[in-house]
Design a protein around this ligand. Structure first.
Ligand SMILES: Nc1ncnc2c1ncn2[C@@H]1O[C@H](COP(=O)(O)OP(=O)(O)O)[C@@H](O)[C@H]1O
Ligand SMILES: [Mg+2]
Length: 245
């Protein structure tokens, strides 16, 4: 039986003014790929950050392999961070560091035993996979949004994560660049990585996702398995409607 790797149980998330996520429960199964879809402002990014342990729920629990993430000690949190990687919707590169430093930092933190040469070898490998060929000694502000996405994606790949969180990760990319990233995620999937991604693109969802959840008004409005996605002629419409509403 496939075990849940990340489990949200009765999770709510509130700011001072409003409840953004409302009593949401879902189990992300180990080794599977789940797409989060739905309209802008529905709560997709917030759910992704809660699942990635980056936001602490106001109510309810987020568990990683059965363990409450809010109760993890420093060592356990570091181990979860080493095993997971996030590509943020806005890329979230460190603006005051050059690209080389942006890529090197997670490797230095999580794999201190690697030599400089080994770090650079891994960096070259992922950069060639994502198709980034330009200078590394420039800062993120000198890149287009699409190039920032490539570097953010490369940074997420470097530590060979077992859980991958991707937020609108092919936005601002041309078709070839997007396809390279999709192929890379497909390879990860084949190697048993758990992937949770946000996308509005039904083609990507159909290619990669084992399950889809639609998030609307901070709640799950619909869930479908891969087989149901393939068979559901109305799903495209539903996704489009969801996005339009
Ligand atoms: N830190 C925050 N403070 C206040 N409001 C927030 C915060 N984060 C998200 N929101 C609000 O919560 C809602 C859901 O946001 P988000 O999760 O980014 O949606 P999505 O990714 O589906 O577009 C939006 O209305 C957004 O403005
Ligand atoms: Mg978002």
């Amino acid at each position: 039986m496939v075990e849940p790797i990340i489990e949200l149980q009765g999770v709510s998330f509130s700011t001072q003014h409003e409840e953004i996520i409302r009593d949401l429960s879902y189990q992300f199964l180990e080794g599977t790929t789940t797409a989060l879809a739905g309209p802008s402002g529905g709560g997709k990014s917030t759910v992704l950050k809660l699942a990635a342990g980056l936001l602490i729920p106001s109510a309810g629990t987020v568990r990683f392999r059965g363990q409450d993430m809010a109760a993890m000690n420093r060592g356990q949190t570091m181990e979860f961070r080493r095993q997971s990687a996030v590509v943020f919707q806005d890329s979230a590169l460190w603006a005051n560091q050059n690209l080389y430093q942006n890529l090197e930092l997670p490797l230095r933190l999580h794999f201190p035993q690697l030599s400089k040469g080994d770090r650079e070898k891994r960096m070259r490998q992922v950069l060639s996979e994502v198709g980034y060929t330009k200078d590394l000694l420039i800062r993120p502000a000198q890149l287009s949004m699409g190039e920032q996405k490539l570097i953010a994606f490369a940074r997420a790949m470097l530590c060979q994560p077992r859980v991958l969180f991707l937020d609108e990760w092919t936005e601002s990319l041309d078709g070839n660049a997007a396809q390279r990233l999709i192929d890379r995620v497909k390879r990860h999937k084949e190697q048993g990585t758990t992937v949770i991604f946000v996308s509005h693109d039904l083609r990507i969802i159909k290619t990669l996702a084992d399950a889809i959840i639609m998030i609307l008004g901070g709640r799950i409005s619909l869930t479908r398995t891969a087989a149901e996605i393939a068979a559901d002629e109305h799903l495209a419409q539903h996704i489009e409607k969801g996005i339009a509403s």
